[in-house]
Ligand binder design. Structure first.
Ligand SMILES: [Zn+2]
Length: 264
């Protein structure tokens, strides 16, 4: 069985993302990777963070964020201490984790683990949550890839860290979660050119005919160039789908999370 996104419990706060379809993985005793993406509803936060905001850096009441994170753990049926967060800075630093997080989250834009039971979390509200899973080697990664992440190469950095843990790119299955679509991501021409130097497929036209970026198209190109065997896109656009947080649409708002883990 390929790793399929887990049905995230019966509660209203999360929903499963579309399952990846691809060739069956060879028989393996590695723990099974699971993936998912949260949505807005079902949480405790008040407007403009309503309701299932998981971001602790956006001005929301810390008690509400803590309650929402505890709920996420319950939905995933893991200990709250198993959730691993990062302080995302639009860079390329990758942190390999092998135990529960103690102290403040590290400044990084990618988390990698081969340790079952640790839930890697990436916070987003238009940027792309990239969830990587190698079911053969038993290695997973959660990557925060916005425009700067694509330009600077955060995904190749994460793949390299996975390889150091024994993962082969051909065995990696990538899920690109909900993000701003190309039609809604107008940028200055110079910015588009910068990103297109790394991934030309990212250069698209907005719905008003101006230069724009389709980050998921660019990331798909980057992943395929890196030899990744399977790339699946969640088609949802954060700007258009009001069930998701969007910074571009709403300004001050919450963050949903992409999560990936190896079943303990
Ligand atoms: Zn859109």
């Amino acid at each position: 069985m390929p790793p399929t996104p887990r049905r995230l419990g019966a509660g209203p706060c999360t929903e499963a993302v579309p399952a990846g379809r691809g060739p069956a993985a060879p028989p393996t005793r590695s723990p099974r990777p699971r993936r998912g993406v949260t949505v807005r509803r079902g949480g405790r936060s008040s407007s403009p963070y309503d309701a299932f905001n998981l971001g602790g850096h956006v001005g929301d009441d810390p008690d509400d964020v803590a309650a929402n994170r505890a709920r996420l753990a319950r939905e995933l049926r893991v200990d709250p201490a198993a959730l691993v967060w990062m302080d995302q800075v639009h860079g390329t630093d990758v942190v390999v984790v092998d135990g529960p997080q103690t102290g403040p989250p590290p400044q990084a834009d990618a988390l990698v683990t081969a340790t079952p039971g640790l839930v890697l979390c990436v916070l987003v509200a238009d940027c792309v949550p990239v969830l990587l899973a190698d079911p053969v080697a038993g290695v997973v990664a959660a990557v925060h890839a916005g425009r700067e992440g694509v330009r600077q190469g955060v995904v190749p950095a994460a793949l390299a860290a996975m390889a150091r843990l024994g993962s082969r790119p051909g065995d990696v299955q990538a899920l690109l979660g909900p993000a701003v679509c190309g039609a809604d991501y107008e940028v200055p021409r110079a910015m588009q050119v910068q990103v297109a130097r790394v991934a030309k497929d990212a250069a698209v036209t907005s719905r008003t005919g101006t230069p724009a970026l389709d980050l998921r198209a660019g990331l798909t190109q980057v992943l395929r160039a890196g030899g990744v065997g399977q790339v699946v896109q969640d088609p949802r656009c954060t700007v258009e789908d009001r069930r998701l947080f969007s910074h571009r649409r709403d300004g001050v708002t919450g963050r949903q999370a992409g999560v990936v883990w190896l079943e303990a």
